[in-house]
Design a protein around this ligand. Structure first.
Ligand SMILES: Cc1cc2nc3c(=O)[nH]c(=O)nc-3n(C[C@H](O)[C@H](O)[C@H](O)COP(=O)(O)O)c2cc1C
Ligand code: SF4
Length: 435
């Protein structure tokens, strides 16, 4: 098997990798210079041909999204989604803190392709250090004439601003992000209109994830055919994967989307296997919102298609959390339910009430006062909320229901046994406190 050469992380271990001079000494900004000699349409066609699917979670093809913009591109804006709010995801963070100019170069090319004259990078407030690294890189790019008026001596001008979020999960959702950028509460908007038609400041807007944009310079530099040569046809290009939990080498790794969950856990150059004495019980492979796998399902491929065969929502953020055999699944269930119960923005009844009910029921179960029928109530609640059944404004409740449904369905035996083993007196006391 040919050794995969890192693309997105190629500068990670290089000394002073965040500086413009080091980035340029390694070929950086060559793609931007090349792109500015192409027409915007040529760039969009190349990105379409590469089948670059968005790395932010939904996997929507970037070139197709750019093509949705109105023909008159004079008012277009570009938003870079650097909110990275999905637990336990940190691919974007690694990209920004080790190679900020790669993101700036991708932003320049995407902005030119969509004829945006302003790019906003929306970065989560917790990324304090990364914000400063990125700001320094933006300042350096301005000083060199790579941002600002007539960049690289061309006729094209681009302003780039960093904007810090205030720490809400839902601000990672593209229209929540847009509202927040406008200075309002981060409430997702009803769609349509989609941002490509009416987004930031009511102008046509493209929102793309950091990793998606970091792929763009490489597509321009090496061509769409090179990009499609990496990974399966539906999941092309290099991809970052995170792994955390009781493995020997938790971290962020790069590979084609041919790897399996087992590879990510066991390969010596990735997770390196489980810590001594620990066994895999379950894995949340795509952030928390995609759902859970059992230890028998580790052959799932980390691509955009395979997760559905395992009753998961999708690849998500490709950030895996490994859960070991000493973990009580009631606690995992409760942890998931608590997260969504506290992060729902509250606009839609099904999401606001549904996530709160699930949190309450899962807490009851975790504290030893569950009932067998609670498991069915959880499943029924999960089925009756979400954007996909058309009951809510954004995808947060879809992400809330997949972990709950898959934990209940795949670990039902363990949950039922734990409920049956509860001490009745304790259950009574817990219920009297909770109700
Ligand atoms: C609740 C919620 C949170 C999200 N959080 C993020 C996020 O932190 N970062 C991100 O890039 N996309 C996030 N998304 C997806 C964005 O709405 C959007 O699809 C993405 O930024 C588009 O970029 P891409 O096409 O390059 O993937 C989130 C979606 C939902 C429903
Ligand atoms: S679905 Fe939930 S998070 Fe999304 S807008 Fe509605 S209430 Fe807010």
């Amino acid at each position: 098997m040919a050794v995969f050469e890192p693309v997105l992380l190629r500068n990670r271990d290089v000394e002073d990798s965040t500086s413009l001079s080091v980035y340029e000494s390694r070929g950086g900004y060559g793609a931007a210079r090349k792109a500015l000699k192409m027409t915007p349409v040529e760039i969009i066609e190349e990105v379409k041909k590469a089948n670059l699917r968005g790395r932010g979670g939904a996997g929507f093809p970037a070139g197709v999204k750019w093509g949705f913009l109105p023909k008159d591109r004079t008012r277009t804006l570009l938003c870079v989604n650097a909110d990275e709010s999905e637990p336990p995801t940190f691919c974007n963070r690694v990209l920004m803190e080790t190679d900020p100019h790669q993101l700036i170069e991708g932003t320049i090319i995407a902005a030119y392709a969509t004829q945006s004259q302003i790019a906003y990078i929306y970065i989560r407030v917790e990324f304090h250090e990364q914000f400063h690294i990125l700001q320094r890189a933006v300042d350096e790019a301005y000083a060199k004439g790579y941002l600002g008026k007539r960049i690289f001596g061309s006729d094209y001008s681009l302003e780039c601003y960093l904007h810090r979020g205030a720490g809400a999960y839902v601000c990672g959702e593209e229209t929540g992000l847009i509202e927040s950028l406008e200075g309002k509460r981060g409430w997702p908007r009803i769609k349509p209109p989609f941002p490509a038609v009416e987004g930031l400041f009511r102008r046509p807007t493209v929102v793309n994830n950091v990793e998606t944009l970091c792929c763009v310079p490489h597509i321009i530099e090496r061509g769409a055919d090179w990009f499609t040569g990496i990974g399966p046809p539906h999941s092309t290009g290099p991809k970052l994967f995170c792994i955390s939990g009781p493995v020997k080498r938790p971290g962020c790794y790069e590979a084609p989307m041919t790897i399996t969950v087992r590879d990510l856990i066991e390969r010596e150059d990735m997770g390196g296997g489980m810590l001594p004495g620990k066994k895999v019980k379950a894995v949340l492979p795509g952030g928390v919102s995609m759902g859970i796998l059992t230890a028998d399902e580790l052959d799932m491929k980390m691509d955009f298609e395979d997760p559905r065969k395992y009753a998961l929502l999708g690849l998500g953020t490709a950030a895996a959390v490994v859960i070991d055999d000493a973990t009580d699944m009631r606690m995992v269930l409760r942890n998931m339910a608590r997260f969504y119960g506290t992060e729902s923005c509250g606009q839609c009844t099904q999401c606001r009430e549904g996530t709160a009910w699930m949190h309450k029921i899962a807490t009851r179960i975790a504290m030893g006062a569950g009932r067998i029928e609670d498991l069915d109530i959880l499943l029924e609640t999960a089925r009756n909320m979400g954007m996909m059944p058309g009951l809510s404004i954004c995808g947060l409740p879809d992400g809330a229901t997949y972990p709950i449904e898959t934990i209940v369905n795949k670990f039902r035996g363990e949950l039922e046994a734990a409920i049956r083993a509860q001490a009745p007196e304790r259950a009574k006391t817990v219920l009297s406190v909770l109700n």
